[in-house]
Design a protein around this ligand. Structure first.
Ligand SMILES: Cc1ncc(COP(=O)(O)O)c(C=O)c1O
Length: 355
């Protein structure tokens, strides 16, 4: 699908970038100068522009607010040592966004509109991309239904928007996670495999309960048997047991993470044994008991690698090997950072330069 829309650009009269220490801002709270917006109506994308970051004038009847036709993506851009800005695997995000759009009965976003919008926005706001080793520009593309109408039906109008914010480290410490067997993130036939806004709303209450018990996140289990791990919070989850990297195989209840795919690709490049299949709570806890469980970590765009240091299950905490001993995930984290910062060979062509 293509679109030949021109992007009109209205620049901010005054950049706000000097008001922040962009190498040191809390995640998701400070937004760059500009945003990209594309509008859909009458069955077509018919307007695209970049404007100063601003609030949206909208109706309280806007259908996204009531019926949840709202999807989003999360991706990042990095600045290399020469000051050049590149995005990490943006086409994968577009593909996933359009998978989400189809499932939520929303219009797909044409590739050239998505890529041109991103490129122009990042060119304009390149000063907002942190240059620090762990810094990046977090990019949030999202698509919302904008019909002013009460009544459950597919919206006729939509806005596709991209906003960005500088980001540092997501988790400053390794995390403890609670195995969740009362509440479920996803069910077969549902929308767990896409980034629908409602997936995140439903996760907040169980996460709050876990946090009240002293855990930072939950590990979701499958709703049918409650015996298998699915994801951890908003990350895919990986286990290094013996000499094998294990991760739950993809299904309609698991988000197809781009970091997950990148980690698996590197592991295979390095000749490691990798298994994508159902991973049971029992086998992981047994491996913890017999000393073969070497590493557990979450992986996702926001954190890249989030080390999991403890797993709570049925009232018991299972503590895991210290982060200093985790050779694989440390190497993955360093390798991904080196590729993103232009310091290591990008053999899979993951980086796309802005310009
Ligand atoms: C539920 C869920 N799982 C996994 C991920 C990791 O996906 P990615 O690596 O593409 O960020 C995310 C983040 O997007 C997520 O929200």
């Amino acid at each position: 699908m293509t679109s030949t829309l021109d992007i009109k650009i209205e620049k901010t009269p005054k950049s706000r970038v000097t008001e922040y220490d962009i190498n040191n801002v809390p995640f998701g709270k400070c937004f760059s100068d500009h945003m990209f917006v594309a509008e859909y109506s009458n069955g077509a994308w018919n307007k695209a522009y970049i404007a100063p970051y601003q609030d949206v004038p909208m109706s309280y009847a806007m259908s996204a607010l009531h019926y949840g036709q709202a999807i989003f993506e999360g991706m990042k851009a990095y600045k290399n040592d020469k000051g050049e800005v590149s995005m990490f695997r943006p086409v994968e995000n577009l593909k996933r966004m359009n998978k989400s759009a189809i499932r939520m009965a929303m219009p797909e976003v044409p590739q050239d509109l998505f890529m041109k919008g991103l490129n122009e926005l990042l060119k304009l706001d390149s000063a907002w991309v942190p240059s620090s080793d762990t810094g990046s520009l977090y990019i949030r593309p999202f698509l919302i239904a904008t019909d002013e109408a009460i009544g459950v039906k597919i919206s006729d109008t939509y806005k596709f928007v991209i906003i960005t914010c500088p980001a540092g480290k997501y988790y400053s410490e390794p995390i403890k996670v609670l195995v969740e067997t009362n509440y479920f993130r996803a069910v077969h036939g549902g929308v767990g495999f896409v980034k629908a806004a409602g997936n995140y709303g439903r996760s907040l209450y169980p996460t709050k309960l876990a946090q009240q018990k002293g855990y930072q996140q939950v590990i979701w289990t499958d709703s049918e048997t409650k015996l298998y791990f699915e994801e951890s919070g908003t990350m895919n989850v990986m286990f290094f047991i013996g000499d094998t990297l294990l991760t739950p195989g993809l299904s309609d209840t698991i988000l197809d993470g781009i970091t997950r795919d990148s980690v698996l690709t590197l592991a295979r490049d390095w000749g490691m044994k990798v298994e994508e299949r159902k991973v049971s709570i029992k086998e992981v806890l047994e491996a913890q008991q017999n000393g073969t469980l070497k590493e557990v970590f979450g992986c996702g765009t926001a954190a890249t690698i989030a080390q999991i240091i403890g797993i709570g299950h049925n009232g018991k905490d299972y503590m895991l090997p210290p982060v200093e001993e985790r050779k694989f995930s440390t190497k993955v984290d360093e390798t991904l950072r080196a590729i993103r910062k232009g310091r290591a060979e990008d053999r899979h062509h993951w980086m796309l330069k802005v310009g």
